[in-house]
Design a protein. Sequence first.
Length: 319
Amino acid sequence: MKLSVFVVTYNQEKYIRQCLDSILMQEVDFDYEVVIGEDHGTDATRAICEEYAAKYPQVRLLPLIENLGVVKNWLRTISVCKGEYVALCEGDDYWTDENKLKEQVRFLDSNKDYSLVYGTSKLFYEATGEYTDRSTAECWQGDVFPYMLGNNFVLPLSAMFRKDDMMEAITVMKESVPEEHWKTADYPLFLTLARLGKFGYIPHSYGVYRVLASSVSNTGDKKKNAEFRESMLYITDLFRKMYLQDGGKISKEQKRYICNKIIYRSLIVCELYRELKVKRKFYHRFFASFRSTANFTDIKTLLKYYLCYLFGKKTIYGI
């Protein structure tokens, strides 16, 4: 089989039809399957998925088991995909271009040294009903691992990758990342894919990513948000060390980019801890940020932020 599209979903009855319809509208000239991992939700999501599985022979709904959580359900679903290539569309996102799969399959067929290809997308903010174009300022391609350390710039719904490479990435994640830091699957897996091959970028918008208050990366629950961002920083540091231990090289320009991004991400976590009034964790994250400084300007930025912290100001470093 040429391609698997895997869909992970949980309590998304409002969105799952649009997601599945956007997959089934794809114009393809190869065999493909749609594998749905529904994570034992409490609404009508599973019933809707059963309806699609009964109607469309290419749709396969995985058996109902206990609630696994985001990452374990993600891993369970991708592990049973049969395609040479795999694309992801989470249950609250959807595609808008009927040629998305065909274009990306053609790219991977023609570029054997690339492990992943991606495009861009629109962002839909449910709270305001607004659509915006995602910035293309950081759409890196080629050997992208150092840039992926700084920022996960690939939205999963816009990507396609090789199944064999992804299975190797899953093995690396399970062996290297403690389960307590399994807050997201795509970031550690994309980091490993960036080690295994190049990334290709097609400058085209393929779909819509919903920014929901309930999502793990955008939740209004400051404690959960801080835990998620801490895990992302832990994964960044872990993969950076693994890369350097294996003889990987990071240029001066790349190091500057990585440091700038990590400091920014660290200070967001500091702000969350400040609002939560958790001083111990605030100071731990703040002083850990100094390990990411590349020059005196970075140190000045951190000291300036600390002064703002002491005097109760918040407008610093874009936060």
